[in-house]
Write a protein that binds this ligand. Structure first.
Ligand code: SF4
Length: 282
């Protein structure tokens, strides 16, 4: 059995930056140090940060003193203001590409645009972006929802969560343009997402089964697995090597592996090694 790793897989610039900043903060700042939600959506990374003494909280209300780390997904502007008003030291690890969308929304809504934001409404990134201009930002996830978005006559714009499916975005653009011919289109899917999805599709066409390594609450890992499935029907998402089922590989000679932007190399290597062990003795 041959195992191939996609050309682009694993940590992106934004995730690496957030983890490095969080580790630096954990070692340099006096306790207590907190992180709002998860630094990035990967169980192993989250456990490692907890082991360094950083406590995860769901709200600024849970913190009265110390340092608060904002995750790579960002946070609503008022959350950061509230933390600063409480006298907390704020370490903001928001990915610069998420901050860029924040600036786009700020500028557009300042000139009277209505924003249609393609994304998972419960995801931290999307919640933070909607909070920039909540009254005029409408979040949707599926094509069918577009018909239920409010009709607007003035300027409008489409923006996307950084980790959406690149092919699906094209379908969304068509449908948005039908309903809102005046809409300006901002493809804000990040470069790391695009490269990983394209590489997963390229590899998926050449193998019999695709394994995506990533946590189930990781938006970019879920999208990657969905994209891989469009070309390799046997496509699975696993958090780590222990979740691999040997039965999936029965009679298989070529396996492709990809990994979300929040997946550490050690987990990718572990998955590859275990898959290879299934092929031994054949
Ligand atoms: S996936 Fe994209 S937006 Fe998210 S952290 Fe990585 S580079 Fe930044």
């Amino acid at each position: 059995m041959k195992v191939y790793l996609a050309e682009y897989a694993g940590f992106c610039m934004g995730v690496q930056r957030a983890i490095d900043l969080a580790h630096k903060t954990a070692s340099e700042e006096a306790a207590p140090v907190f992180v709002l939600h998860e630094i990035v959506h990967n169980n192993s990374v989250v456990s490692d940060l907890a082991a360094r003494g950083v406590r995860s909280v769901d709200s600024v209300d849970e913190v009265d003193k110390g340092t608060l780390i904002i995750s790579a997904h960002g946070a609503a502007p008022e959350v950061i203001k509230k933390a600063q008003a409480k006298g907390l030291k704020v370490v903001d690890t928001t990915c610069p590409l998420v901050s860029k969308i924040d600036r786009i929304i700020t500028k557009l809504t300042g000139s009277g645009h209505t924003i249609f934001l393609l994304g998972d409404k419960d995801h931290a990134e999307v919640r933070g972006l909607k909070a920039v201009a909540p009254e005029v930002t409408h979040v949707f996830r599926f094509l069918e929802e577009i018909n239920n978005l409010p009709l607007v006559e003035g300027p409008a714009a489409l923006v996307s969560q950084t980790t959406q499916n690149i092919k699906f975005f094209d379908e969304v653009v068509k449908k948005i343009k039908e309903r809102y011919p005046q809409a300006e289109i901002y493809n804000t899917i990040c470069d790391a997402t695009e490269k990983r999805q394209t590489a997963a599709m390229d590899l998926g066409k050449q193998v019999e089964i695709m394994i995506t390594v990533g946590s189930r609450n990781s938006a970019n890992s879920k999208r990657l697995q969905e994209v891989a499935k469009t070309v390799a029907p046997k496509s699975y998402l696993v958090d780590n090597a222990n979740e691999l089922d040997p039965k999936w590989f029965s009679g298989v000679s070529k396996v492709g592996v990809t990994a979300g932007a929040s997946t550490p190399d050690i987990l990718i290597d572990g998955v590859i090694e275990r898959i290879k062990s299934f092929g031994e003795g054949k």
